[in-house]
Design a protein around this ligand. Structure first.
Ligand code: NAP
Length: 284
């Protein structure tokens, strides 16, 4: 068997095209979706991420602002900037690039964002809405993974889904989204005993760990669907995921590549959430 690739690059193109169309319709009514991106300090990875997000906004016709603050900014001042963005009618979505410097309480900063502008889906209200199955912004990375499963018309009802990783931004919300679609879900983590015994019976496996080769071909059953969220560098400095892609390709029915898989989908779902936030303020 050679697995079908689920290309996040291709899927992103079609979702971004429909976002662009919707932006044109909204702009004709005088509404331009606006995203404010905040970055603190000079973490090189954060700088790349925020630039990519702002560029993606420009490409679909959003208004965007990039607010870069020095690592020395006080928490109070940062909270003040967020309050101003909360009140700014041109801004429909606010994103604070994590991590923040140690002297700033990330939770306090995220909770300061108006939940109606929480397009990253990290606010406690968004998390609570996801738990309760109520409308709210879904965190972009697991939301993108769900879109990838949807793109292959994968019916999760009754399927056994295993999520490896339990972070607040990927693993936990991922498990809730799979549960919402009637999968039976197990969450694994660093203290899980005999991971292989669990993954061997899974129909779908989402891996979000941040270590190479967490999942290998001998750990899965034939026909499994594998979603690889991980972003690592191999010994040659090349971007790679958390799974043994080449090995799994021979066993899985579908697999996401790295790069070109979940990564582009994360930004795409940020655009979708921002568009939705703008539409919510101007219901048809
Ligand atoms: P994280 O907060 O570090 O969480 C990693 C999770 O993996 C933790 O729950 C940890 O368990 C678990 N873990 C560690 N070693 C394990 C092992 N040997 N077996 C099973 N579980 C293990 O990471 P994250 O923020 O969720 O990100 C995970 C990966 O996804 C990273 O590579 C990150 O760069 C990538 N990522 C990609 C995107 C994208 O857009 N493509 C977005 C977000 C994240 P404990 O809880 O027990 O410590």
């Amino acid at each position: 068997m050679s697995a079908n690739l689920i290309s996040g690059t291709e899927l992103s193109k079609s979702i971004r095209a429909s976002v662009t169309e919707r932006v044109k319709e909204l702009s004709a009514k005088g509404i331009t979706p606006g995203l404010a991106v905040i970055v603190v300090g000079d973490n090189p990875a954060s700088q790349v991420y925020v630039r990519n997000k702002v560029k993606a906004c420009e490409e679909v016709g959003f208004f965007s602002s990039l607010d870069a603050y020095p690592a020395s900014i006080s928490e109070k001042d940062l909270l003040g900037h967020i309050q101003a963005l909360n009140k700014n009618p041109k801004i429909h979505g606010i994103l604070v690039q994590l991590p923040l410097p140690d002297h700033i309480d990330s939770s306090r900063v995220i909770e300061a964002i108006d939940p109606s502008k929480d397009v990253d889906g990290f606010h406690i209200s968004s998390a609570g809405a996801l738990v309760k199955g109520l409308p709210g912004f879904w965190p972009c990375t697991p939301f993108g993974c769900m879109k990838m499963l949807e793109s292959i018309n994968y019916d999760l009802k009754g399927k056994y889904a295993v999520v490896i990783g339990r972070s607040h931004i990927v693993g936990k919300p991922m498990a809730l989204m799979l549960l919402d679609k009637n999968a039976t879900v197990t969450i694994c983590h660093s203290a899980t005993v005999n991971l292989k015994a669990i993954t061997l019976t899974a129909d779908v496996i989402v891996v979000a760990v941040g270590k190479r080769n967490v999942l290998t071909a001998d750990m899965v059953k034939p026909g499994v669907v594998v979603i690889d969220v991980g972003m690592n560098r191999d010994e040659n400095g090349k971007l790679c995921g958390d799974v043994d892609f080449e090995g799994l390709k021979a066993v899985a029915s579908h697999i996401t590549p790295v790069p070109g898989g979940v990564g582009p989908m994360t930004i795409t779902m940020l655009l979708q959430n921002t568009l939705d936030a703008a539409q919510n303020t101007h219901p048809a």
